[in-house]
Design a protein around this ligand. Sequence first.
Ligand code: G3P
Length: 218
Amino acid sequence: MKLFVDTADLNDIETIAGWGVLSGVTTNPTLLNRVDGDPDAIYRRVCELVDGPISAEVVADARGDMVTEGRRLAAIHPNIVVKLPMGAEGLAATSVLASKDVRVNMTLVFTAPQALLAASSGAAFVSPFVGRFDDIGESGIDQLRQVVEVMASPVFDTEVITASVRGPVHVLEAARIGADIATIPPKVFYQMLQHPLTARGIEQFTADAEARTARTTG
Ligand code: G3P
């Protein structure tokens, strides 16, 4: 499973890209609202930091405007993927953009039937939201499993991006289910990085290396 980061924070993107683990980046209007700066300039910088699909979301709500905005975003950089919300307007805009070789990531997908529609309209990616399903007392992972099963059909060439990830367990479950991608908030990347036994092991190895140096040089 490939790992994307779900943020518009350039410092976090640069830090995590520096680990050599990133295959792409997703953003959305909420994430952009948490940072300062011109969105287009942010997208351009993200494209410099990470060589992979970079999702930029449209804010228009009518198909014609979505297509216009999507084409403008796609022109920023060849790695830009246009993010469109699930719905009749988003599907119609996706089919137009796909016919013009603009890749679309269909967001706010919750169920396998929605994913089927997204893939059928030509979406290159579908983003089922796991955490928001958990928030309403249902299993986001169960829904994700159905999406992955349905998208495995050779009829489709659509990659599944596990979105709305809230913790390392979501990432692990997405990988076990066979999702193509998980887009992970920076906070969850930092949680994945750490384990007390790793820290304790490094402390022990460092102490033993120093003890040996002291013995052999002293
Ligand atoms: O980018 C879409 C998705 O990952 C949002 O997550 O935490 O706002 O449900 P969240």
